[in-house]
Design a protein around this ligand. Structure first.
Ligand code: SF4
Ligand code: SF4
Length: 220
């Protein structure tokens, strides 16, 4: 190995070492995002978009939004949802579908969120719970509607009274200035076609002069 090759290799190695140390020092002083799980279990906060498991939110009156249409069940590719409904007769005599049982199998859910997308009521969503492991698979099948719950009645929304539309002020139509009648232009008198003056017969016609024929004998 020549001296030139030896020193070029040495400097190349030192340069690589310094670049690596630079990256290490940069990461040493940046803010750490690594979670020390499970030591920080109590204060650990998952990201809002984390999909832990499906839930059906209920309000303080134990009411949910599910109308039992079954669209989420049809949208689920894994058959993780089973919706059981019954038909009830309302006060006005109309029959209405009512949710009896909403079963969700966490064990075969693949967290695709197709069920949430299909729901027209926004009745289900993912929560950020984790550590859902159990020893019995049957415990992964959960009933999402709480016992005794019912669908929240939609309150009729009072239509805001529309302010009377101000009538547009009828604008006075600007009086159109009287159209100035175009001055009748005196038609230029057509130059009288100068009729060729008929030659005055009397004037120009050769006057036939009866000349007495001196040779004609006068009648006696
Ligand atoms: S997230 Fe996907 S797999 Fe899970 S219940 Fe909904 S549709 Fe089914
Ligand atoms: S959760 Fe939504 S899509 Fe599923 S049955 Fe209830 S209203 Fe229908």
């Amino acid at each position: 190995m020549s001296n030139n090759n030896y020193f070029s290799g040495l400097f190349f190695g030192i340069k690589s070492l310094l670049i690596g140390l630079g990256v290490t020092m940069k990461e040493f002083f940046t803010r750490k995002i690594t979670e020390q799980y499970p030591e920080n279990r109590k204060e650990l906060k998952m990201f809002d978009r984390f999909r832990g498991r499906l839930i059906m939110p209920h309000n303080e009156n134990n009411e949910h939004k599910c109308i039992g249409c079954g669209l989420c069940q049809m949208a689920c590719p894994n058959g993780s949802i089973k919706v059981t409904t019954e038909m009830l007769e309302a006060e006005d005599g109309k029959k209405k579908r009512s949710l009896v049982k909403y079963e969700y199998d966490l064990g075969c859910c693949m967290f695709c969120e197709l069920c949430i997308t299909a729901c027209p009521q926004g009745a289900i969503e993912f929560c950020t719970d984790f550590e859902n492991a159990v020893f019995d698979r049957a415990k992964l099948v959960q009933q999402l509607n709480k016992p005794g719950s019912k669908v929240a009645e939609k309150k009729p929304v009072a239509k805001p009274v529309a302010p009377a539309a101000a009538k547009p002020v009828t604008e006075a139509k600007p009086v159109a200035p009287a159209a100035a009648e175009p001055a009748t232009e005196a038609k230029p008198a057509a130059p009288a076609a100068a009729k060729p003056a008929a030659p005055a017969e009397s004037a120009e016609a050769p006057v036939e002069k009866k000349e007495s024929n001196p040779e004609t004998p006068a009648a006696v």
